[in-house]
Design a protein around this ligand. Structure first.
Ligand SMILES: *[C@@H]1O[C@H](CO)[C@@H](O)[C@H](O)[C@H]1NC(C)=O
Ligand SMILES: *[C@@H]1O[C@H](CO)[C@@H](O)[C@H](O)[C@H]1NC(C)=O
Ligand SMILES: *[C@@H]1O[C@H](CO)[C@@H](O)[C@H](O)[C@H]1NC(C)=O
Ligand SMILES: *[C@@H]1O[C@H](CO)[C@@H](O)[C@H](O)[C@H]1NC(C)=O
Ligand SMILES: *[C@@H]1O[C@H](CO)[C@@H](O)[C@H](O)[C@H]1NC(C)=O
Ligand SMILES: *[C@@H]1O[C@H](CO)[C@@H](O)[C@H](O)[C@H]1NC(C)=O
Ligand SMILES: *[C@@H]1O[C@H](CO)[C@@H](O)[C@H](O)[C@H]1NC(C)=O
Length: 373
């Protein structure tokens, strides 16, 4: 029972008249993206910073190859299925033109990319990629080689921010507790969303028509840190404020989240303005390292051979998105982000990725991965 339910009727009526109190957890919608809106996102066209065997295509080339298309509210981005791809397989990585900080991010997804060698992600990451991990990273949907039956949610930070090994107010299970990007495997702190029967990844999710995933980032003094919920795409069970047409959301009504990283107090300064990103890389720093443990090597031999010679194995390697909404104002007066990094930035001032610096960063990560292999 919450405090408000035991308030005398008169007092609770009074509170209802005071929006600054009554709407403490409410966030208002500030942006939405459907179908062709994603053509206005930045199509990353440089070498994959995570060392994947992909060639990320500019928009025009991606459209020409029909690896991206939009139809109504639907937006699709795919890996090339041409049989041979000897210098890296064509794929897509896109980022939002604007940066966002605290808020609620709601994705309606009808298909997640699957298959051996794939390492897809829907994530938010510092707009200054050359300074990563300064500014941080929040991975909202991620998997590699489909090794995990459920979706993985992780944070990567500059400082050694940590989460407890057991978290009572979430349904997911903690896999790693240290969020630092400098741990040997750079796993970040990670929760596996395997505490419910609703599929959150894999063929089951795609067969069910996907679902809705919501991430709240609230780093203010009364913020809850990072929380993630997931619902099947079923209008009957979806909270009413997530149905299309609503313009505000109140996560306090959504029940126990799948993931709760209670990091607002200790780690708020690790999170700066973020770009929202979707990508599908192949092999690279994670999926190549776990190719054997995932069982993929038994089918295809080496990760690089699958990429080079087996285009037909990528028929399920695509994102199909039905819309993304961002609710970035509100969350309560006392919840304005307290991090010096967390102001809403505009596109114009954002840093461009320096391939040299990114290469340097990944060389360090690559070295760390190599010491494990
Ligand atoms: C590659 O990306 C950069 C940065 O977004 C952009 O300025 C450039 O036009 C892109 N190149 C092509 C060929 O689209
Ligand atoms: C692109 O691929 C989709 C899905 O296979 C198909 O429906 C569409 O007709 C294709 N578009 C073009 C221009 O080939
Ligand atoms: C759920 O995830 C946790 C953390 O990764 C893992 O230890 C556990 O084995 C998983 N449980 C099942 C049933 O997959
Ligand atoms: C987290 O990892 C970093 C980098 O390896 C390390 O410096 C730090 O001590 C770790 N934190 C904890 C609590 O183990
Ligand atoms: C998700 O997209 C599907 C297909 O467009 C739609 O039927 C459904 O209502 C959407 N769900 C939400 C919560 O917007
Ligand atoms: C591609 O992989 C499939 C298994 O998914 C296998 O049956 C087929 O022989 C492979 N093709 C080539 C050209 O290696
Ligand atoms: C959210 O929207 C409501 C209704 O339009 C409005 O009254 C309220 O002031 C908005 N709150 C913020 C923080 O923008």
């Amino acid at each position: 029972m919450t405090k408000s339910t035991i308030l005398p009727l008169a007092l609770s009526g009074l509170l209802a008249l005071q929006p600054w109190l009554a709407s403490a957890a409410t966030w208002n919608q500030t942006s939405s993206f459907y179908g062709q809106d994603f053509y206005k996102w930045d199509f990353f066209n440089q070498t994959d910073p995570t060392n994947g065997l992909v060639r990320y295509l500019p928009l025009a080339n991606a459209k020409y190859a029909n690896l991206t298309y939009a139809e109504g509210n639907t937006f699709v981005m795919k890996v090339d299925t041409v049989e041979q791809a000897l210098d890296g397989r064509q794929s897509i990585r896109i980022s939002s033109p604007d940066s966002y900080s605290d808020g609620v991010y709601v994705l309606n997804v009808s298909h997640v990319p699957l298959g051996c060698s794939t390492w897809p992600a829907f994530w938010t990451v510092t707009e200054n990629l050359d300074n990563w991990p300064v500014g941080g990273e929040i991975d909202i949907m991620e998997n590699a080689n489909d090794e995990f039956a459920s979706n993985l949610v992780s944070l990567h930070t500059k400082s050694s921010c940590t989460i407890p090994s057991s978290i009572s107010d979430q349904t997911g299970m903690v896999a790693y507790t240290n969020c630092s990007a400098y741990t040997p495997e750079n796993t970040g702190c990670r929760v596996e969303m395997n505490g419910t029967s609703t599929p959150t990844w894999g063929t089951k999710l795609n067969m069910a028509g996907g679902g809705v995933i919501a991430m709240e980032r609230a780093m203010g003094s009364t913020g809850s840190g990072v929380r993630v919920w997931y619902w099947a795409n079923d209008q009957a069970t979806l909270p009413s404020d997530l149905k299309s047409g609503s313009s505000s959301v109140d996560p306090s009504t959504w029940g126990t989240p799948a993931v709760h990283f209670d990091v607002a107090d200790n780690c708020h300064s690790d999170f700066g303005p973020h770009k929202i990103t979707f990508d599908i890389t192949l092999c690279g720093d994670w999926a190549a390292q776990s190719y054997i443990s995932s069982g993929c090597a038994a089918t295809y031999g080496a990760c690089s051979s699958q990429v080079a010679y087996n285009g037909s194995s990528y028929s399920e390697a695509y994102w199909e998105i039905q819309g993304l909404r961002v609710f970035a104002t509100g969350g309560g007066n006392d919840n304005s982000a307290k991090s010096p990094n967390t102001h809403i930035a505009t596109t114009s001032g954002s840093a461009k990725v320096s391939p040299f610096l990114v290469g340097l960063g990944t060389a360090i990560l690559g070295l760390a991965a190599a010491t494990l292999a």
